[in-house]
Ligand binder design. Structure first.
Ligand code: ADP
Ligand code: MG
Length: 256
């Protein structure tokens, strides 16, 4: 098992490698995708979901991917996070060519480096919220009661104090979303990926979640990629990548 990604990780980053701010300067590369492609189906039913995309993201940045439904955003996120193998192309995450890893190392990569918030949360319905949040820690062989304690603390951080013994079905959509975020960040992943995190939230809750993620989670050792349709949260983006029909069509610097 690889070393845990704790906040006080001994890994050191020299100032020269750190992106000093949104305005520019050297940025340490978190993700580099080159020529990444994925199709589904065969023959007449074949659909190109992602068509040879090149993409980079840096540590210290919060990057949005926007585009119409069906443009390949979720497929692309799955390929950069070690969930879905591309048909073609290469994905380098923090220096590792992830699709060259064997199955065990790929599983370790997902567990140790990636936090993924799925569009429909993927919470385990029969586990309490604290147990849901503790799963990544338990998978890293951390002791049960310490994992639950850490999970409770994380639920407090996302504003769900006192809801740790509740089953997800008893929570609102916004609360379930926060449980999913707590689970994604509890292991301090270097790469945090959120697929349409505000889709089921009202505007104020959505902004609150995104500003929370930016203020409390983003740091120079972390890269956050968010797929969104929600123009109301664009102000939080350091960079906005537009996707259409399987292609990246444009990139804007954010407004901050
Ligand atoms: N597992 C799958 N099987 C077949 N087609 C898929 C699958 N996943 C995605 N697609 C197709 O790939 C295209 C891109 O989908 P997706 O990545 O989910 O787009 P987005 O997240 O931008 O809405 C769509 O046409 C979708 O129907
Ligand atoms: Mg999607």
């Amino acid at each position: 098992m690889e070393q845990r990604t704790e906040p006080s990780s001994s890994e050191s980053v020299s100032p020269a490698e750190v992106r000093p701010g949104v305005a520019g300067g050297a940025a340490r590369e978190a993700i580099r995708a080159t020529g990444v492609a994925k199709s589904f189906g065969e023959g007449d039913a074949r659909k190109v979901a992602v068509d040879h995309v090149d993409f980079t993201a840096s540590f210290g940045e919060m990057l949005f991917i926007v585009g119409p439904s069906g443009s390949g955003k979720t497929t692309f996120l799955s390929m950069i996070s070690g969930i879905l193998r591309p048909d073609e192309g290469q994905v380098i995450v923090d220096g590792a060519d992830i699709w060259k890893l064997d199955a065990n190392h790929l599983a370790d990569f997902r567990l140790n480096k990636i936090g993924f918030v799925f569009q429909d949360f993927h919470l385990f319905p029969r586990l309490t919220t604290a147990e849901n949040v503790a799963i990544p820690l338990i998978l890293k062989d951390q002791e049960w009661s310490a994992s639950i304690t850490q999970a409770r603390a994380m639920l407090e951080v996302v504003g769900l104090h006192g809801k740790d013994e509740i089953l997800p079905v008893k929570l609102s959509g916004g609360e379930q979303q926060r449980v999913a975020i707590a689970r994604a960040i509890v292991g301090h992943p270097q790469i945090l990926i959120l697929d349409e995190p505000t889709a089921s939230l009202d505007g104020d809750t959505g902004r609150m979640i995104i500003s929370f993620v930016k203020e409390k989670i983003l740091n120079e050792k972390c890269c956050i990629v968010i797929v969104t349709h929600d123009a109301r949260i664009n102000e939080y983006a350091d960079r906005i990548v537009h996707m259409e029909d399987g292609h990246i069509t444009a990139t804007d610097e954010g407004t901050e």
